[in-house]
Design a protein around this ligand. Structure first.
Ligand code: ATP
Length: 620
């Protein structure tokens, strides 16, 4: 017999340390985790055996068996699923490949390992067995292979792998229970746990005793009728299928009949899954054919912008031996995808109409993903636009585009927005001042995707989207409530003087600005920068630069506020012709506008010198 001693990957050791020392009270979840793994292992073999029936050597009825030995103080859980070979054992039970576990470790570190509920929120899978056991022994043989292996660990830094004996494929996990955890050897306790957490498992969970006893309903929950399923059971199934620990925000259980028949049991999570923004944009829907699990790795079953949806789709209209490759460009699957998309968008619409507050919680979690649909799914662009919600200068509530259009001011014919990555910084943008003064609402866009869908859509209800950090945003046509034209002009410095100042600034600043001009979009700030109407929005320029992309170096337009007292003084100063003070002021004001926009100042040294000199003059 060969014995190999191996060390856990550092992350696993950390995880195990937390798990073994945890005061987490709900330790019974270890059984749910192990049963969930065993049921996944059976699903995998059921699928593989569709194309290679020799994988199942006479043992065709999948089941999970539990047995408790009170004398030996061991609890044993066996499955006749796919099993693991030597490399699988190292990769699956010695390392961590899941993004969720990394997030768990991070959260645990941040809370100083003190938040005992983290284990319940994240789930630690197989490793949760060490909450209740001093030693765990995994004996396993992979379907189709001859050799069996035994993996043993006390959960402290190391594990061993030896070769072993095992009848048939599958995995047997034996736990030597800790002294204070012997309650889990009690039949009643076991029965209860299985009923609570694993009733919906599609495979029989059998308790071995004098008589064998099946503990769960062992029927696929989605095949049962809605009226027979309690909310609690739906929730438990969601936890199982989504590997999640929150409550589902929405549950959609339907049987679709017609040309193509399928059943869907879908969930929209109550919190954001970890991998929502990874570049692969993967969905996790599980595809079944007549209750046989096919795959949870199929891009064709739901659009990427609905990748947060979890659950199961089961159709008898796909061939049972369908390979994952065959699922690409499959017309049946394309119809299912269209049906699911319609269903999800339709239900979201209902929720949005009925329960604005509940819908806002959904949008907080998944809005940024849903907006990809506006950009990508032309067939549903209108639906996606109608579902979209935005922050605005109108208050803290989420607003729809329809709300916005309804509130538009007399004379306003554009949908104004400003984009950037930080909501608070956006709210303080100088470019908003004139809009606020006139009571004109501006949408605040903080998702990177906004820069892409807005230009591609262009309009909503025939109103153009207009960035207020671009030259074209024109406020002059919109009157402040109860204000006359004359009043509006009264405060300004004289027009010729302002033109003269702008010309002097342009001479001082040269090519670093495209133009200097007077604006009515400012009230409190002296200046701001905007992009010209034809140039790329400055937020998009910054975003692309951050991602290392080449963008045309468009010089901004510097806009000055003719009602600001500093500008008025500079207008007077400009009457004396060009001078150093005017030149310094031009540069300082441009640099200051760049800082507010979150942009770099190209020449810090000159900025500091000018600032010192200006302060010195101020103090004299
Ligand atoms: N009974 C089993 N039979 C075959 N493979 C198993 C079994 N139990 C665990 N594994 C393998 O070990 C891996 C790690 O299991 P673990 O419970 O830690 O995480 P997971 O199941 O992938 O994720 P989660 O616990 O979040 O569901 C599984 O993905 C699977 O490949």
């Amino acid at each position: 017999m060969t014995e190999e001693k191996l060390s856990f990957q550092a992350e696993v050791s950390k995880l195990l340390h937390i798990v073994t020392h945890s005061l987490y009270s709900n330790k019974e979840i270890f059984l749910r985790e192990l049963i969930s793994n065993a049921s996944d292992a059976c699903d995998k073999l059921r699928y593989e055996s569709q194309t290679d029936s020799s994988l199942i050597d006479g043992d065709s009825e999948f089941k999970i068996t539990l047995s408790a030995d009170k004398e030996a103080k061991t609890l044993t859980l066996a499955d006749n699923g796919i099993g693991m070979n030597h490399d699988d054992l190292i990769n699956n039970l010695g390392t961590i490949a899941k993004s969720g576990t990394e997030a768990f470790l991070k959260a645990a570190e941040e809370s100083g390992n003190s938040d005992v509920n983290l284990i319940g929120q994240f789930g630690v899978g197989f490793y949760s067995s060490f909450m209740v056991a001093d030693e765990v022994i995994v004996s396993t043989r992979k379907a189709g292979e001859d050799k069996a292996w035994v993996w043993t660990s006390t959960g402290q830094g190391e594990y061993t792998i030896t070769d072993g004996e095992r009848d048939g494929h599958g995995t047997t996990i034996t736990m030597k229970m800790r002294e204070d955890q012997e309650e889990f050897l009690d039949d009643m306790r076991i029965r209860n746990i299985i009923k609570t957490y694993s009733d919906h498992i599609d495979i029989a969970v059998v308790l071995k005793g004098e008589e064998e006893e099946t503990l769960n309903s062992a029927s696929a929950i989605w095949t049962r009728s809605k009226s027979d399923i309690t909310e609690e059971q739906y929730k438990e199934f969601y936890h199982h299928v989504a590997h999640a620990f929150d409550d589902p925000w929405l549950t959609l259980h339907n049987r679709v009949e017609g040309v193509i028949e399928y059943t869907n049991l879908l969930f929209i999570p109550g919190t954001r899954p970890m991998d929502l923004f990874t570049p692969e944009r993967k969905n996790h829907l599980k595809l079944y054919v007549n209750r046989v699990f096919i795959t949870d790795d199929c891009d064709e079953v739901i659009p990427q912008y609905l990748r947060f949806v979890r659950g199961v789709v089961d159709s008898g209209d796909l061939p049972l031996n369908v390979s994952r490759e065959m699922l690409q460009h499959n017309p049946v699957l394309a119809k299912i995808k269209a049906g699911l998309t319609k269903k999800v968008l339709g239900e979201l619409k209902k929720k949005a109409e009925k329960d604005a507050e509940g819908y806002a919680a959904f949008w907080e979690n998944f809005g940024a993903v849903m907006k990809e649909g506006i950009y990508e799914d032309f067939a549903h662009q209108k639906d996606c636009l109608a579902l979209a919600r935005f922050k605005s200068t109108n208050g803290d509530d989420w607003v729809s585009l329809a709300d916005y259009v309804e509130r538009m001011k007399e004379g306003q014919d554009e949908i104004f927005y400003i984009s950037g990555d930080d909501l608070d910084a956006l709210k303080r943008s100088p470019q908003l001042e004139g809009f606020k003064a006139k009571g004109v609402e501006v949408l605040l866009m903080t998702d990177p995707i906004d820069e892409f869908w807005i230009p591609s859509v262009g309009q909503f209800e025939e109103k153009n989207f207009q960035s207020i950090t671009k030259g074209g945003a024109d406020l002059s046509k919109i009157k402040k409530d109860g204000e006359s034209e004359e009043e509006a002009k009264e405060d300004s410095a004289d027009k010729d003087g302002v033109d003269r100042l702008c010309a002097a600034f342009k001479v001082a600043l040269g090519d670093s600005v495209q133009e200097v001009r007077s604006t009515d979009r400012l009230t409190d700030s002296a200046v701001c920068i905007v992009a010209s109407e034809t140039a790329m929005d400055r937020n998009l320029q910054r975003m692309l630069k951050q991602h290392g992309q080449a963008v045309p170096d468009d010089a901004p337009i510097l806009e000055v506020n003719p009602t600001h007292s500093l500008i008025k003084k500079l207008v007077d100063l400009s009457a004396e012709g060009t001078n150093v003070a005017l030149d310094d002021a031009a540069h300082l004001l441009l640099d200051q506008a760049r800082i507010i926009e979150g942009e770099n100042i190209p020449d810090m040294t000159s900025f500091a010198r000018r600032m010192t000199s200006a302060m010195e003059k101020g103090l004299m």
